[in-house]
Structures are given as C-alpha cells and as structure tokens.
Ligand binder design. Structure first.
Ligand code: ARG
Length: 569
C-alpha cells in the first residue's frame, strides 16, 4: 500500500512537471531516515534544478500537485523541511488497506502480478555424477530453489534445470577403472562412494602406468561416439548416482523440470561447431579449436585436438537448446564464484555469435562454506557429504526437542523439519556472494538469527490463535494502528510484496531472509509488551488480526525460502 502510494506520487508528479514545464524529471520518493519525520519524503531539488525555479515555488508546485492526488485521503500530514516535503500517512487507512488485502487474498497467493510475465530458466544444483554431492552443490541447490520460488511468486514461469555433470573425460577414467578393478555388487550397494573410489584408484595406478591416461581418453572418445558397452556402463553409473542424489533432494523438498545434463548435448555439438565455423569464429590452435572472446579474457577452448568437446561447448549447446525449447527471457546459472571466468566466456561467445541474448545470461555466483576460516572438508581432506551434514543437523534438533519437550508426539518429523530448514536458512541469510562460516550448533539454535527462531515464532503465534478460536474477518478497532509499535508491524507487513520482488530481481534470497528475521523480532518484542488474550473482545480481536498477518507472512516467506513450516512444537 505504502509502496503503491509512493509509485503513484512519483508517476503523478512526473506527469504534472511535464505538463507544467515540458520537462522530464523523474521524481524519486524516499523514506525519511528517521520515522518521526513521516512515512514518505518527496525531494524537490531535482525540480528546482531542472526548471530553474526558486525553492519556494517548487515546494508550492509539489504541494498543490499532491493535493490533487488525495483521493482517497491517505496523507494525513504534510511538513516542508528545506528541500523535502515529508508526508505522514493516515495510519488507520494504511492498516485498513492492509487488512482488506488479506481479506481479498488470505493466503497471499496473488500479491504480485507481473505486467509482463517472463520465462526464467534456472540452472542449479548440477552435481557431478559419480562424485559425492558436496556442500558447494548444497549452496547451489538451496539458492537456486529459493530464487525459483521467488520468481514464481512474482508470477513468472520458471524452468528448473539440473544440468548434471554427467559427461567428460573423467568417465573414460571411471569406466577404465571399473573394467579393470570394479565390482558390480559393491557399486549397487554404495554407488557414489564406490565410483568415487574407482576414480581415485585410477589416479593412483596411473602414476606408475601413464599409458592408462591415453586409454581413458580413448574410452571417453568411444563413449562420445556411442560404443554400446561404454554407453551401458555410463548409463548405469548415472542412474545409480541420481538415485543417491534423490535422497538429498527429497530431504530438501527440491524438484526439477529437467535433468538434462551435459551428456544430453552430446549429439547437439556438431551444430554449435558448425555455427561457430560459419561465422568464422573458430581458430586452430596447436590442433585444438578455440574462439577469441576479447583481449580481456582467455580464448574459449571449444574442441580438443582429439575431437572431443569441452564443458563450455556443452554449455553453448545447452543455451541454444534452452532458447529454442523454453524461449527464456533470462537464464540464471547458480554456480560458485570459481566459475566466474567460464560464464564470462560463455556470455562473450553468445555475444560474438550475435544470438541477441547475451544480456539474458546471468551468473548467480556464490561464495564458499568455511569452517574455521578454511574451505570446508572432512579430516582426510575429502569433500564433505551433504547428506551427513543434514543428518547431523537433524540429530542436534532431535537432542534439543528431547531435552525441552520429550513428550511431543511427532517429534521425529519435527526434528527433521527443524534441522533441515535450519541449514537452509543459515545459508540464505548470508548474501550469496560472500563466504560464510558453517556452525551447526549455532544454526539449529532457537534463539538468534536462525531458521528455528522463525519456525518457533510462527508456532507461538499459532498456539495463541488456536486458543482464541480466531477468525480473520476484519472486525477490529483501527485506533490500535496509531500505536507506534503496532504501526511498525503494519508497515513491515506492508513491505512484503516489494521485498519478494527485490529479492527475486537481485537474485538475493538474503533480502527476504533478513526481512523475515526483522518481522519476527518486531512481533516478539510486541508480544513481550502486551497481553494478547485480554477480556475486551474488540481489543483482543484487533491484536489477533495483527498476529494472523504476521504468521501468514512468516509462513509464506519461509516457504519461499524452501523451509518447512511447523504449526506446533
Ligand atoms: N557440474 C558443474 C560443477 O559441479 C556445475 C554446472 C553448472 N551449470 C552449467 N550449466 N555449467 O562444477
């Protein structure tokens, strides 16, 4: 509501200035630094400068323009302070408007309706077959999933793509290793670990037998060309690995529209190479094929001297395919900072090929997960398995519940929801580009800036609402909205749709995460100040309306972040 008014004022003043002065001045309405100055602030300097008029004339002009906008009357007070016109809104009207929006759309299904719905492809998670699902892939999965939810909430179409790392020379090595020292039954029992060990075994053996490298390259080459035995093995490895990843996805409640990974593009490579060739972009470089992508970046290696293709070639084929298949407006790649160069090259390749959509390619980068300031790894220096991390988080939540509320009937399912959501929230509250420290004990705590804190706040509200047998019907005393701390909550709730929009547009779920923390803490301090279930029915109902809105927003927001909501604990 406040945001809408802000937009209305901006549009209205811009039009009024154009009419009076034939000048295009874009007016930006701000929020005053101190709440005591009002809700909105209109700076008049830009008008003074552009129209070359005196400050008092500009102020008079803006004031009279604002008068015309006063329908319905939402601005209660206008105060001129130097070059700013500060507006204080009618708190009752703001509160009423908000209540009305909840009555119209109680589950917040339609709070955002885009003018132009877009198609957004999000490439995320994308683990590498035959390797453990690492903590880095966890970040990609959590961030990508949340961004997908945010865009859907904004009314856009989202295509969720898991670009599996299921191709490349390493498969030559794994197949070699399997043929020479593998065991079918062992792989079936423990696929990822066994396959990863076969890969390690290859490297150990190859130290003394360098000819193995050559042999592995040959195998991969033949795999690319469709050797039936190698294809069968590869398919089997892929399927077994995928089964393993599915456990993680189930735990995180994440799903994809497509699992077309790198291998899917194997038969679409010739088209890419032809296109590059026709456009005269391909260059020979000691037997390999490269494309120069500008003096500031190293050339992109498209084809090796033995004819096999590379990661970037497959990404190029993928983007052509995605444009054709989904007609995206944007394609987001949720991948760690370490692949920055790769995506710059990809973008440049698309630009050089004059495909017309290089601007739609966005690398949604993210930082490392650290432990004691260093990249997270197990004691033996191997990658940390995500499933272990999630299990440990659930175990800690289980201990906590056991200690505080051992009689809770469905404690197992609650421990699962608390533990997993704690890991998700802890990731998302940090701005994705930054590295962050991983501290399980801290993230599963019910106090502090944590997922459990949000879940607990919502449980708390829920228990009050159900005790009171509450119905959200708008029957309340709006004089209550005049109180500062109530109005602060009203304003915070009012900000929810824009928060989602900003979070999506900046690919930053942390914006929503921080917003939810703030809303929860506003509620908790309110709750500390006032008794809710008072005898006066009107007062009680008014307070319950407020609680209902806080809970609805908290739950909706948690849901968007990919967390699980709980209703009792
Ligand atoms: N499999 C890659 C990795 O783990 C990530 C793939 C990201 N997506 C892409 N289209 N390149 O490093």
């Amino acid at each position: 509501m406040i945001h809408q008014l802000k937009k209305d004022i901006e549009a209205h003043l811009t039009a009024a200035i154009f009419e009076a002065y034939q000048l295009e001045v874009s007016v930006i309405v701000e929020e005053p630094k101190k709440p005591i100055l009002g809700d909105l602030s209109v700076p008049v300097f830009s008008l003074v400068k552009a129209a070359k008029i005196r400050l008092d004339s500009a102020v008079a002009f803006v004031l009279s323009s604002l008068e015309q906008l006063q329908e319905p009357k939402r601005i209660a007070q206008v105060a001129v302070m130097g070059g700013f016109i500060n507006l204080t809104l009618d708190r009752k009207v703001v509160g009423r408007d908000l209540i009305k929006s909840f009555l119209d759309d109680p589950d917040l299904v339609q709070i955002l309706q885009p003018v132009h719905p877009e198609t957004i492809c999000i490439d995320y998670s994308s683990p590498n077959i035959a390797k453990p699902f690492s903590i880095g892939h966890l970040r990609s999965t959590i961030i990508g999933h949340a961004i997908g939810n945010l865009y859907e909430k904004c009314g856009h179409r989202v295509v969720r793509i898991n670009h599996l790392g299921d191709f490349g020379t390493q498969f030559g090595k794994i197949i070699y290793s399997y043929i020479h020292f593998g065991d079918q039954a062992r792989i079936e029992k423990n696929p990822i670990q066994e396959l990863a060990e076969l890969y390690v075994a290859f490297h150990e053996q190859a130290k003394d037998h360098p000819e193995m490298e050559e042999e592995a390259r040959r195998i991969f080459k033949e795999l690319e060309q469709g050797n039936p035995e190698y294809v069968r093995l590869w398919q089997w490895f892929r399927q077994e690995s995928l089964k393993d990843y599915m456990h993680v996805y189930e735990k995180l409640h994440v799903a994809f529209d497509s699992y077309d990974g790198e291998a899917f593009y194997n038969d679409k490579m010739a088209e890419v190479i032809d296109l590059l060739h026709q456009q005269g972009l391909l260059k020979q470089d000691s037997g390999a094929m490269i494309v120069d992508v500008g003096a500031d970046l190293p050339p992109a290696l498209i084809q090796k001297s033995d004819g096999s293709t590379l990661y970037i070639t497959r990404d190029l084929a993928a983007i052509l395919y995605r444009k054709r298949t989904y007609g995206f407006d944007k394609v987001l790649y949720v991948v760690g900072n370490e692949q920055k160069l790769h995506f710059e090259q990809l973008k440049r390749l698309v630009e050089k090929m004059a495909l017309g959509y290089h601007e739609s390619i966005i690398h949604v980068n993210f930082g490392l997960v650290l432990q004691d300031g260093k990249k997270m790894s197990t004691r033996k220096g191997k990658v940390v398995r995500l499933i272990d991390v999630l299990d440990e988080a659930v175990q800690l939540s289980r201990n906590y519940i056991e200690e505080k509320n051992p009689d809770l009937p469905d404690k197992e399912s609650i421990a699962e929801k608390v533990g997993v959501s704690a890991v998700i929230f802890n990731d998302l509250k940090n701005f994705r580009g930054n590295d962050f420290e991983f501290d399980l004990e801290e993230m599963v705590n019910f106090v502090g800036q944590t997922g459990p804190y949000l879940q607990y706040t919502s449980v708390r509200i829920n228990s009050i609402l159900s005790q009171a047998d509450f119905v959200f019907d708008g029957a309340l005393d709006d004089a209550w909205f005049e109180r500062d701390y109530v109005y602060d909550i009203i304003k915070a709730i009012d900000l929810y749709p824009q928060t989602i929009e900003r979070s999506a547009n900046e690919y930053a779920p942390s914006i929503l995460a921080k917003y939810l923390l703030n809303l929860a803490s506003l509620f908790n301090s309110y709750y500390g100040k006032e008794k809710i279930l008072v005898d006066d029915l009107r007062e009680r109902n008014t307070k319950l309306h407020l609680l209902y809105m806080v809970k609805t927003v908290l739950n909706d927001g948690m849901h968007l972040l990919g967390m699980q909501v709980i209703d009792h604990m």
